[in-house]
Design a protein. Structure first.
Length: 346
């Protein structure tokens, strides 16, 4: 009997010890995960702050914004990050010009919010014609106008006053969907909201393995003050726009010059860029573009709106943030800073 009691006690003690050991290891592992999470957050925040410092410094030294500048050079960014003393882990940062993208909300004239901006409508026509060339749409006789008119109806303030064209869509169309959708009738606040608009499919929005979608070339940011009201000027920085956006800016018969314009911006001899991009008509120097006149209401060579993408990894765990910032100069002090407009963390 004494032996059985002794064995039972030993068994109980072993089981208790094993459970306590398991709980201790789980607590240590959980504490390590929390510690790494905090470190990752600090790494990402450090990367974003370093990027904002680079943008502030850039504003002090240049007037035009282009792909020739330090903030657009991955090597210069990596050199800057090397000065941040992280013993472990990896930090990566990318800066891009948000004005290199097409402002979705500029399709409609705000603050009134009822009529097309005609030059923006034509820009969308050229962009979508290029996009739809790659896809077959047997159920849509005019997919370009379906998207444009439906997007205008989604943005405009006159809900159900008059559906735009035969292919537009107001509240009654979206109410009949399963599940029903509430139409915005105002500016989009998130780019993925476009997926709810009639005619914009996931294929068109995200792209496929073979073809890019619209997502990388559009933005919902760019709101500016207009005497106490808001508007979207829709101007695109020709110095930073990617090739599909450049092609959409060009007349249809000259869209093949998009690649040449992009290459012209980055042409170098040794470590020196060959071309000055500070003027508004430098694109005319590109061979074949001398007679082209881009709409001055669509282009600029300056930007104060940027996207910072920072990602950090540590011990097999990663964290990323996409931050939109507006670079501003204080009127009283002249000091330059970056104001965060949005911060999305994954």
């Amino acid at each position: 009997m004494a032996l059985l009691i002794t064995l039972a006690v030993i068994t109980l003690l072993v089981a208790t010890t094993v459970e306590l050991n398991r709980q201790a290891r789980a607590t240590i592992s959980s504490s390590a995960a929390v510690r790494d999470r905090h470190r990752l957050v600090e790494m990402v925040v450090s990367g974003v702050n370093a990027a904002m410092a680079m943008l502030v410094d850039d504003k002090k030294n240049t007037t035009a914004d282009s792909m020739q500048e330090d903030w657009a050079d991955p090597e210069k960014i990596n050199s800057m990050l090397a000065a941040i003393p992280f013993e472990d882990g990896k930090l990566e940062v990318k800066i891009s010009d948000e004005r290199s993208r097409i402002q979705v909300n500029a399709l409609v004239k705000f603050p009134e919010g009822n009529q097309f901006n005609e030059n923006q409508r034509q820009l969308w026509e050229r962009l979508l014609r290029m996009a739809f060339l790659a896809y077959e749409h047997p159920d849509e006789t005019d997919p370009v106008n379906t998207v444009i008119n439906s997007l205008k109806d989604w943005l405009d303030a006159g809900d159900d006053d008059a559906i735009t064209g035969l292919s537009g869509a107001e509240s009654d169309y979206y109410r009949d969907l399963d599940p029903p959708i509430s139409i915005r009738n105002g500016p989009l606040t998130h780019i993925k909201e476009l997926l709810q608009v009639k005619g914009i499919t996931p294929e068109l929005f995200y792209g496929t393995d073979e073809l890019p979608g619209l997502l990388g070339y559009l933005t919902v940011d760019g709101m500016t003050d207009q005497g106490g009201n808001f508007t979207f000027d829709g101007k695109i920085n020709i110095n930073t726009a990617e090739i599909p956006v450049l092609m959409a800016l060009l007349p249809e018969e000259n869209q093949d010059l998009g690649l040449a314009i992009s290459e012209f911006r980055l042409a170098k001899t040794s470590d020196t860029f060959n071309h000055d991009l500070s003027g508004s008509n430098w694109y005319k120097q590109v061979p074949g573009a001398g007679d082209i006149e881009l709409d001055s209401g669509l282009i600029t060579n300056q930007s104060d709106l940027f996207r910072i993408e920072a990602s950090a990894s540590l011990n097999g765990v990663s964290l990323a943030a996409t931050v939109i910032v507006h670079r501003e100069t204080e009127s009283e002090t002249g000091l330059i800073h970056c104001r965060v407009l949005s911060w999305e963390q994954t």
